[in-house]
Design a protein around this ligand. Structure first.
Ligand code: ZN
Length: 111
């Protein structure tokens, strides 16, 4: 993750963006990847076939390029990505957000 991405996560924290889990965006809320996707214009929102609001990241490869995500990364808390799965830095950001409930500042500082 490059300094641009870290700055975006810090700005989201300072602006009080509500952090959510398991989904990129819900109302004003964003997960860490949702914050980053929105900053590079790759966050999409819409409805599924039964009308539930949904959100997704359009182009993961572009976002990974833009923010210089490493192809391999490991969670500092539980070693996710080291033994059990092959995780990219994007995978570990989602894991730290959703599974450890790390806030934006913690993800910016510790990954
Ligand atoms: Zn972990």
């Amino acid at each position: 993750m490059n300094e641009i991405a870290r700055g975006i996560l810090v700005a989201a924290a300072l602006q009080g963006v509500p952090q959510i889990y398991g989904q990129a965006a819900r109302g004003r809320g964003r997960c860490a990847l949702g914050v980053l996707a929105e900053a590079c214009n790759e966050l999409r929102t819409g409805e599924d076939v039964i009308g539930n609001k949904t959100s997704w990241i359009e182009d993961h490869q572009w976002m990974a390029h833009r923010f210089d995500f490493a192809a391999r990364a490991t969670c500092i808390y539980c070693c996710y990505g080291l033994f059990n799965v092959l995780a990219s830095e994007e995978d570990v950001i989602a894991h730290m957000n959703d599974d450890h409930k790390c806030d934006f500042l913690e993800i910016a500082r510790k990954l």
